[in-house]
Design a protein around this ligand. Structure first.
Ligand code: AHR
Length: 311
């Protein structure tokens, strides 16, 4: 595998040229994604990194084409947020053969060869699923008996959809035999998806008591369907979601969402620091996973927290 000459760690590459970063974004499916894209663009600019950006519109084949195009353009570093976890080895091997290091951001991949990427900058989604279950414990305090739960999953095959479901199920299994997931389907992390799937859930199961939505956008879409069905979101159906975007906080401050597990999209500054370290030839000093710091919020905290939310 051809090795590029290491660069200085200030945003400039070898011979003082700026580092060129090829970044393949998942798409523009959610408020989280919009904030993440802005963070990547702003922090590349602030770090003096030449950013080549492409939006894959939630299609793996578009991401693979973008990565191949970055390899052909001989960028210094490639970063991407993989839409799904599987199917990356071939293109990652092509990047490795070209001597271009790869940094994953936001979402992970499944690979048999850990040398195909340097590190992942992103959240612990399994822990987010566990935190969602613990928030539901608070929301349901004092409730006894069966709890009928509907789950709006993220994009099928995506790390946050798989791992949030896993973390939530883990806490259910360990501590809540009386919680039952009676409906679970993907809403693709979009408002339209959340609205449509929740409407179908309510037709089939008018007795849903709780909604666990894998992101705020699907929860906001679902709120419209809950209201259309003549029920009060946050009261007749308790809602827990993930992200903590501005509109999620607005819904929470109105009592429509009961609690939110924060998933921080502002990964740009950490990503640019990581790009510089990797390009300077110091990737081996980095942990395999640079985890994001996050908090949990319940409806009683929403109004006070809203003015200081940054996304
Ligand atoms: O990968 C992060 C997830 O992707 C966010 O939770 C969701 O809103 C986004 O689409």
């Amino acid at each position: 595998c051809a090795k590029k000459s290491p660069a200085k760690s200030d945003g400039s590459g070898s011979a003082g040229k700026p580092i060129t970063l090829g970044f393949s974004q998942v798409g523009s499916e959610s408020g989280w994604r919009a904030a993440n894209t802005q963070s990547v663009k702003d922090s590349a600019k602030a770090a003096g990194i030449n950013l080549k950006f492409s939006d894959a519109q939630q299609k793996q084949e578009n991401q693979i084409s973008a990565i191949r195009s970055y390899i052909a353009q001989k960028v210094d570093v490639i970063s991407f947020s993989p839409v799904v976890v599987t199917g990356w080895d071939t293109v990652l091997k092509e990047a490795k053969a070209a001597g271009i290091p790869v940094i994953l951001t936001d979402r992970s991949v499944e690979t048999s060869d850990p040398s195909l990427y340097v590190t992942l900058v992103g959240s612990d989604f399994e822990s987010e699923g566990e935190r969602a279950a613990h928030l539901l414990e608070k929301v349901l305090a004092g409730h006894t008996g069966t709890v009928k739960i509907a789950q709006l999953e993220g994009t099928t095959g995506a790390a946050p959809a798989i791992e949030r479901a896993k973390g939530f199920a883990k806490i259910m299994k360990a501590s809540h035999p009386d919680w039952k997931i009676i409906a679970s389907q993907s809403g693709d992390f979009t408002r339209a998806g959340g609205k449509q799937v929740m409407a179908a859930f309510l037709q089939a199961h008018p007795d849903i008591e709780v909604l666990f939505a894998h992101n705020d956008d699907m929860a906001i879409g679902a709120i419209q369907s809950i209201q259309a069905a003549g029920k009060a979101p946050g009261k007749d159906i308790k809602i827990i979601s993930c992200d903590g975007v501005h509109d999620g906080f607005v819904a929470m401050s109105k009592g429509q969402i009961n609690a939110i597990v924060e998933c921080n999209p502002l990964l740009g500054p950490q990503l640019m620091d990581t790009v510089k370290t990797v390009h300077a030839g110091k990737g081996s000093t980095l942990p395999r996973w640079i985890k994001t710091q996050e908090s949990d919020y319940t409806a009683d905290q929403a109004a006070a927290a809203l003015p200081s939310r940054k996304y």
